[in-house]
Design a protein around this ligand. Structure first.
Ligand code: SAM
Length: 421
């Protein structure tokens, strides 16, 4: 989501990006507030530009995204070298804000929600890139007790189907082969009588679009219509990111996740009935207020049962204004215990991921080649339909093509292989 917004900011400015902040005329720190660490990163990020502003007073320094939305004008008081604060729904206003600052030298805060312009600025697209995100939804209507998203991104607003299809088609015309639809609870998307399954089917009709992914799905919004579309639209990749957060019914209820462990397991079974080779990844929060050792063991037993392909796991971080920040004051999990649980869970996940990757050795996978491998330019890198990274030796002319690769090695976070000619 943040990467998408950064690319929208680049497009809104219509300016040449630079890797050297000393050469920049405008510096914007785009931020995330989901956990305290991310929010601290925003402040240290801004701190780095203090000396640049001191040496070059005309440079315009701004903050955007969730931290900007959360703290608003308090940021101007706290950070004297900051020129503007741009909320999560204000990207279309950026050119006007910049030109006002240039003309009037007045510091600005724009954190209002203008729904009409919400999806107006599309993201910058780097030429030659074969994958792209398309936003289908902003904000969130769920009220998970730990989550700051509704506070900083507002209620759910769904983008009209023709706009989504237009942006997707334009990207495909530029050479994009794989689209990922993004939204906080992407599969709750509904608009003018259409539901998420209809969106997938409509995207499946776009000529030359080879792969469709979407993230993040909310378990309770998985419907038969969605599962049928996943089964019947050949471009839909056989991987789903489905955050479970906990394996304990008590914790799930305190998080207000609106489903039980049994319901989640049954949903995975329904998905596997329809798409037998589907792989599932997830998010887990450890140390939610009141989490006992038994609750944690319930999470481990769920991981044993489902064997997630991969998981992102986080220590609970109390966020201002959320109900769970209040629970935390009375039912704090000892931070050392939370850290020990997180390490145990991550070690457990590592074993599963290694086992799963090793089981692919000898298989032939279809890989959409995205570019050179970051670690070795002799290797190309792409992803399989199941979202596994696969690196193999090959020449750059294969970028953008879907090729067959035999897996020769299963590593922790990726696979290695050789091109099948
Ligand atoms: N909207 C998506 C959802 O809830 O399913 C994703 C939201 S967030 C960007 C990604 C992950 O961060 C969540 O799935 C959750 O595991 C984690 N997260 C959110 N709030 C958190 C908090 N207060 N402390 C720790 N982890 C948190």
């Amino acid at each position: 989501m943040n990467e998408y917004d950064s690319d929208r900011i680049k497009n809104a400015l219509d300016a040449e990006p630079t890797d050297d902040p000393k050469k920049a005329d405008i510096i914007i720190v785009n931020t995330c507030a989901i956990r305290e660490k991310a929010d601290q990163k925003a402040f240290s990020g801004l701190g780095k530009y203090k000396s640049i502003k001191a040496n070059k007073p005309d440079v315009i320094v701004g903050i955007s995204g969730c931290v900007a939305q959360l703290y608003g004008d308090k940021l101007l008081k706290k950070i004297p070298h900051l020129d503007f604060v741009l909320g999560t729904r204000a990207i279309p206003k950026l050119p006007e804000i910049i030109s006002n600052i240039e003309r009037q030298k007045r510091r600005t805060v724009e954190t209002s929600y203008d729904l009409e312009e919400l999806f107006e600025v599309e993201p910058y697209h780097k030429e030659g890139k074969v994958t792209a995100f398309v936003s289908v939804q902003q904000g969130c209507n769920k009220r998970c007790t730990y989550c700051i998203v509704p506070q900083v991104r507002g209620d759910e607003v769904n983008r009209p189907l023709p706009d989504i299809l237009k942006e997707t088609t334009n990207l495909v015309k530029k050479g994009v082969k794989e689209i990922t639809f993004i939204g906080q609870t992407v599969n709750s998307w509904k608009e003018s009588g259409y539901k998420f399954g209809d969106l997938i089917r409509a995207a499946g009709e776009i000529e030359d679009l080879e792969r469709i992914r979407f993230t993040t799905s909310y378990p309770r919004d998985i419907t038969k219509r969605m599962i049928d579309a996943m089964k019947e639209v050949p471009q839909v990749c056989h991987h789903l990111h489905l955050p479970v957060q906990s394996g304990s019914n008590k914790v799930l209820s305190n998080m207000k996740r609106t489903y039980t462990r049994e319901w989640y397991i049954d949903t995975i079974a329904r998905l596997k009935d329809a798409v037998p080779d589907i792989t599932i990844s997830t998010d887990i929060i450890i140390g939610f207020p009141g989490e006992t050792d038994q609750d944690f063991q319930d999470t481990i037993s769920l991981m044993k049962e489902i064997e997630f392909e991969s998981s992102y796991s986080f220590k609970f971080s109390p966020r201002p204004g959320t109900p769970a920040a209040e629970y935390e004051k009375v039912e704090t999990v000892d931070p050392d215990i939370a850290s020990a649980r997180l390490s145990e869970l991550q070690a457990f996940q590592k074993d599963i991921a290694e086992k799963k990757n090793l089981s692919r050795v000898g298989q032939i996978e279809e890989v959409l080649v995205e570019g050179e491998s970051r670690n070795d330019p002799n290797f190309l890198s792409g992803r399989t339909d199941h979202n596994r990274i696969l690196n193999f030796k090959g020449t750059k002319d294969l970028v953008g093509k879907t090729v067959k690769v035999r897996v020769t090695e299963g590593l922790l976070n990726s696979l290695r292989g050789e091109l099948v000619l």
